[in-house]
Ligand binder design. Structure first.
Ligand SMILES: [Zn+2]
Length: 354
C-alpha cells in the first residue's frame, strides 16, 4: 500500500493541460478489497500468507541487469519512471520485490499443499512489465518471476497462466513466448492496452509455438462472451496441456463499472469463471490454483469482484450482498453476440497445436 504511482490523471501524466490527480493504479482499490473481506467476515476464515520479498537473482531470471539496477538506483532517491506512465517513489524497488514475493509465497504454499488455492493481493501489478522496460503501471513481472522460482524449487515442467485482466498480458506473453513449459493464455479487450499487442496470430515461437493463446474480445463483451471463451477455448486448452499448477493473473477491470475498459462482467460472473478454473484445477493438478492481482480501477466495484472470487476459492459464502450485480447483469448484450461468437470460434483454432 506504500507504492506511489504518482499524480497522473487516470493514466495520463500530469503537466500542460492535464491537472495532477490520483493515478488510476492507487492503493485504495486494493485496500477496499481487503476491507470488504474483513467486514464481510471472510478474512478470519482464510489462511494469511506473509509475502517474502524476492531477491535480485530471482528478478534477474526475467529482467535485464541494467533495467533492474536502474530501478534500484532511482529507488534509493526520490524514485522515477520504470517506463512509459509507470512511476514509483522512494523504496519502490523494495516494494516491487515484495509484490512479486507475495506471488511467490502464495505459489509456493499452493505447490507445497500448505493451502489448496489462494489469491495474492499485492501491488504494483506485473503482467505488462517487459524484460527491460516497465509498462502499464508494472515494474517487475510478478507472476513470471514467481513461476521461474517455482520451477527451480519444485521442478514443475508445465505451468499454465490464465490472464483475465481486461488488458493484454503482454509481459507474461513475451517472457514465455518461446517456452513450452509455461502455457500463456490472455483474454482481454481487443487492442485496449498495449495498443498493437494481444492478437490471435501471436501464438509463440520456436519450441513455444502453440503455447501462447490470445482471445481479444470486442469492447462491450459481457458474461456470455466470457463463458463461451472459457468453455470453448480456455478450459479445453488447459485440459490438453495438463498443467501441474494453474496461475491466474487476475484483474477486475473487466467489470461493468471499470473506468479503464469497456467490458461488462459482474461479481456472479467472476464467481462462475472461478468455479470453472477450480474444476479444471481439481481435475488436472490436485486443485492447485494461484491467483495474483493485476488491475481493477473501480473503487466502488473492485471490492465486490474480489470478494466474490475469494469466497469462491475458499468455498465460504459470507452474507455480504453485491448491490451492483443485478444492475450490471441487466445490461443489454450480456449474452453472447454474433460478432463475439465469431471471435471465439476463430480462437478454437488455436487449440490445434497443443
Ligand atoms: Zn488491466
Amino acid at each position: 500500500m506504500w507504492h506511489d504511482a504518482g499524480n497522473s490523471a487516470s493514466f495520463v501524466p500530469s503537466g500542460g493541460s492535464v491537472q495532477p490527480d490520483q493515478h488510476a493504479e492507487e492503493p485504495e482499490t486494493k485496500r477496499r478489497i481487503r476491507n470488504l473481506m474483513e467486514v464481510s467476515g471472510l478474512l478470519p476464515k482464510l489462511v494469511q500468507i506473509a509475502a517474502e520479498p524476492v531477491d535480485k537473482e530471482m528478478i534477474l531470471r526475467v529482467h535485464g541487469l541494467e533495467y533492474v539496477e536502474e530501478i534500484q538506483a532511482k529507488s534509493r532517491g526520490l524514485g522515477g519512471t520504470a517506463g512509459t506512465n509507470t512511476f514509483f517513489s522512494t523504496d519502490g524497488y523494495d516494494i516491487a520485490r515484495l509484490s512479486a514475493g507475495g506471488c511467490l509465497s502464495l505459489m509456493s504454499a499452493v505447490v507445497a499443499s500448505d493451502v489448496s488455492n489462494g489469491y495474492s493481493l499485492t501491488r504494483p501489478p506485473g503482467h505488462h512489465a517487459r524484460p527491460n522496460e516497465g509498462m502499464g503501471f508494472c515494474l517487475f513481472a510478478n507472476a513470471a518471476i514467481a513461476i521461474r522460482e517455482i520451477q527451480a524449487r519444485f521442478g514443475l515442467s508445465r505451468i499454465a497462466v490464465v490472464d483475465w485482466d481486461a488488458h493484454h498480458g503482454n509481459g507474461t506473453e513475451e517472457i514465455f513466448y518461446s517456452d513450452p513449459s509455461v502455457l500463456t493464455i490472455s483474454i482481454h479487450q481487443d487492442n485496449l492496452f498495449p495498443i498493437g499487442t494481444g492478437a490471435m496470430k501471436d501464438r509463440g515461437e520456436g519450441r513455444g509455438e502453440g503455447y501462447n493463446i490470445n482471445i481479444p474480445l470486442p469492447p462491450g463483451s459481457g458474461s456470455g462472451a466470457y463463458f463461451a471463451a472459457f468453455d470453448q477455448v480456455i478450459l479445453p486448452a488447459l485440459y490438453r496441456y495438463r498443467p501441474e499448477l494453474i496461475v491466474v493473473t487476475s484483474g477486475f477491470d473487466a467489470s461493468g463499472l471499470d473506468p479503464l475498459a469497456r467490458l461488462m462482467l459482474y461479481s456472479d460472473a467472476y464467481r462462475s469463471l472461478t468455479n470453472r478454473l477450480m474444476t479444471a484445477a481439481a481435475d488436472l493438478c490436485g486443485g492447485r490454483l494461484a491467483m495474483t492481482h493485476e488491475g481493477g480501477y473501480s473503487r466502488a466495484y473492485a471490492p465486490f469482484c474480489g470478494l466474490a472470487v475469494m469466497e469462491t476459492l475458499s468455498s465460504f459464502r459470507t452474507d455480504a450482498v453485491d448491490p451492483f450485480n443485478d444492475y450490471i447483469a441487466s445490461f443489454a448484450g450480456q449474452s453472447l453476440q454474433p460478432h463475439q461468437e465469431a471471435v471465439v470460434q476463430h480462437a478454437r483454432g488455436l487449440l490445434d497445436r497443443l
